[in-house]
Design a protein around this ligand. Structure first.
Ligand code: NAD
Ligand code: ZN
Ligand code: ZN
Length: 372
């Protein structure tokens, strides 16, 4: 079939919205009509060429939500009309990691996904016409497009009542933040938490800490507007970031020991070090969710660890997508998470590059594409 999609043709250049061809879903695959898609830093990072593992031509986009249009042979868990959220982090349910409750890093299709292929090593995307060049899939999702073909194991079936413009945010940053607090750190009731960064991920972490029953949630950011949003998600203390953030946090916490849980959601390795330092001696746990630039390292004084601080990383918030995303969406539907403040701009697919500009200007949390 023919459809419109935003193609990364050349690194460092705007995406080109154009007609491309999408081949039929193969066994185990599903054709999804996208209704909404968030525009995320990872898309912009890849488009810029800064990511050495990036490839072109490719259809970008990974924060998609839509409706199942058709299923390929052997697909049993999804049917036409189901509402789904796309998962760049799939859940096959069978691999060594899927069967272990400690991780969400499914290994089933990782290698081919990293190459921009669907699991059988080929693409469904191509340029129109006979012999048209193949176009690769980005993050296994390619949701800057009217339709996508994805493996069944990379689609989470959600409550059909959930508005898809909010649901798409659960495809990446929001679930990452919520999960960092709820799955990775497993924040305990009555504790003190610090969240560095109040973007989509950090705000999700604030909400996750609140849902876990944290008593105090200190949010640290450079922007007053973003701190205000953190308040809306349950932050009890707001702090404008500077080089003394750690000292100020220690002063604010009981006995000057630091926080029970800290979260880093900026991608800045200096902030990661601050998050380790602000974690309480004896048992403080620092969860790193931000993605650092290639080659950057985290500088940790070993004494911080010997005296009981721990550091954990969290990919997609440790959420096993097919099981976990529908549950998080249900929490939203029950009124436990306020998603509307995260949708800052509504744009068309043709305006996708404007979505990047808005992100660069830090204008709002998320631009959401609405497909017609
Ligand atoms: N682990 C994962 O699976 C995963 C998933 C999605 C995104 N991420 C990463 O998480 C990070 C955050 O993503 P986002 O979408 O929320 O980004 P964002 O840019 O919207 O938010 C980052 C926030 O950090 C703040 N900040 C910058 N410097 C700071 C400092 N010194 N102290 C305190 N705050 C500071 C900014 O003001 C901004 O509000 C990125 O690195 C992103 O790549 C990770
Ligand atoms: Zn994302
Ligand atoms: Zn798996």
């Amino acid at each position: 079939m023919k459809m419109r999609a935003a193609v990364l043709e050349e690194f460092g250049e705007p995406l080109v919205v154009q007609e491309v061809e999408l081949r039929d879903p193969q066994p185990g695959e599903v054709l999804v009509r996208l209704v909404n898609c968030g525009v995320c830093h990872t898309d912009m990072y890849t488009a810029s060429g800064a990511d050495p593992s990036g490839y072109a031509p490719a259809v970008l986009g990974h924060e998609g939500a839509g409706v199942v249009e058709r299923v390929g042979e052997g697909v049993t868990s999804l049917a036409e009309g189901d509402h789904v959220v796309t998962l760049f982090s799939p859940q096959c349910g069978e691999c060594v990691h899927c069967v272990d409750p400690r991780t969400n890093l499914c290994m089933a299709i990782r290698a081919e996904q990293n190459l921009g292929h669907l699991p059988d090593g080929t693409t469904r995307l191509k340029r129109p016409g006979d012999g048209g060049e193949d176009i690769r899939h980005f993050m296994g999702t390619s949701t800057f497009a009217e339709y996508t073909v994805m493996p069944e194991i990379a689609l989470a079936k959600i409550d059909p009542e959930a508005p898809l413009d909010g649901a798409c945010l659960f495809a990446c940053g929001l679930s990452t933040g919520l999960g960092a607090a709820m799955n990775t750190a497993k924040v305990q009731e009555g504790t003190t938490c610090v969240v560095f960064g109040a973007g989509m991920v950090g705000l999700g972490a604030v909400a996750g800490c609140r849902l876990q029953g944290a008593e105090r949630i200190i949010c640290v950011d450079l922007s007053d507007d973003r701190l205000e949003l953190a308040k809306g998600q349950g932050a009890t203390d707001l702090m404008k970031a500077d080089e003394n953030s750690v000292e100020r946090i220690l002063e604010m916490t009981d006995g000057g020991y630091g926080a029970d849980y800290t979260f880093e959601a900026t991608g800045n390795v200096k902030v990661m070090a601050q998050a380790v330092e602000a974690a309480r001696m004896a048992w403080g746990l620092c969860t790193v969710a931000g993605v650092a630039g290639k080659g950057e390292t985290l500088d940790v004084i070993p004494r911080w660890l010997i005296t009981g601080r721990r550091v954990a990383g969290s990919s997609f918030g440790g959420v096993k997508g097919r099981e976990g995303v529908p549950k998080l969406v249900d929490l939203w539907m029950q009124g436990e998470i306020d998603v509307d403040p995260f949708i800052s701009h509504r744009i068309t697919l043709d305006e996708v590059n404007k979505g990047f500009d808005l992100m660069e200007a830090q204008d709002g949390i998320r631009s959401v594409i609405e497909f017609q």
